[in-house]
Design a protein around this ligand. Structure first.
Ligand code: MG
Length: 273
């Protein structure tokens, strides 16, 4: 269990860095960023074949954050994994700073600039097809939101991936049941999502998106699958995870924090570190 304690400590540190980055700003995508911390921790510190010293290695695994508005979470993860100096995080979304608000390819380790929803999976499939044709070992991981399933481009991609047997794709849905304007079930219902994806020819697993053991198990199973189906993991998450007054609240999607709450947040995380 020692390794999971280590991963838990890393996830806590990533969350703390996100809070330090976002709390001082006027308002931000804080709930969306906090909810995917364990998914990124499992991928970058356990599962993916990556080398921060050689980020363009032709045989590396790819990761695409399709929900690019949670870029702060990816930047904090990349910094702690050694892709760039952690000091740069203080430049997040500042005038002239090196870290743009949404995930950007200008940052070391970011594979695709994202923010326009529904593009991550289609681009990921292109990378996966190219790797297969060149007989390269790359796996392609794409993290998408459940609200993002409203985009028709994803459903075209679901069809394409199974037809071309892209079993080197591992998509992950951040299923928090919320999106910018309310509950996903009230905006456009996608349930029963597991059955829908299976009917599109994907191998579907479900995982607890805040349990590193559960995530690692699902990701490893997808990596080692002998099936020719593309893989997808439905990760059940809580938007705003880690801040009690944010958890499960759609308002945390893009939130302005009061001065009193800012101090409370930073000190509560300091105590736990
Ligand atoms: Mg959502």
């Amino acid at each position: 269990m020692a390794i999971d304690n280590k991963l838990d400590a890393i996830a806590h540190q990533i969350r703390y860095e996100i809070i330090k980055m976002l709390v001082p700003l006027e308002s931000h995508h804080i709930g969306c960023s906090l909810g995917i911390v364990e998914i990124l921790t499992a991928l970058y510190f356990e599962v993916m074949n990556i080398d921060p010293k050689n980020p363009e290695d032709i045989n590396r695994d790819y990761f695409i954050l399709s929900k690019g508005h949670a870029g702060a979470s990816l930047y904090a993860t990349l910094a702690l994994r050694g892709f760039f100096d952690k000091k740069l995080l203080s430049q997040y979304d500042t005038n002239g700073g090196l870290l743009p608000e949404h995930a950007s390819r200008v940052v070391s380790g970011v594979e695709l600039s994202t923010g326009s929803l529904g593009h991550g999976l289609p681009v990921g499939l292109g990378l996966a097809l190219s790797a297969k044709r060149d007989k390269r070992p790359n796996k392609v991981f794409v993290l998408m939101s459940d609200g993002e399933l409203d985009e028709g481009s994803n459903w075209e991609a679901f069809l394409f991936a199974s037809q071309h047997k892209l079993n080197n794709v591992i998509a992950i849905i951040d299923k928090n049941g919320l999106q910018g304007f309310g509950k996903t079930e009230e905006v456009i219902s996608v349930e029963p999502i597991k059955e829908k994806l299976e009917s599109f020819g994907w191998a579907v697993q479900e995982a607890d998106g805040h349990d590193l053991q559960s995530l690692k198990k699902a990701m490893t199973e997808a990596q080692n699958s002998q099936s020719d189906k593309p893989n997808i993991i439905i990760a059940k998450t809580i938007k705003g995870r880690g801040i009690p007054f944010f958890e499960g609240k759609f308002e945390s999607h893009y939130y302005s924090i009061s001065e009193e709450k800012k101090a409370e947040l930073l000190s509560s995380f300091n105590k736990k570190s």
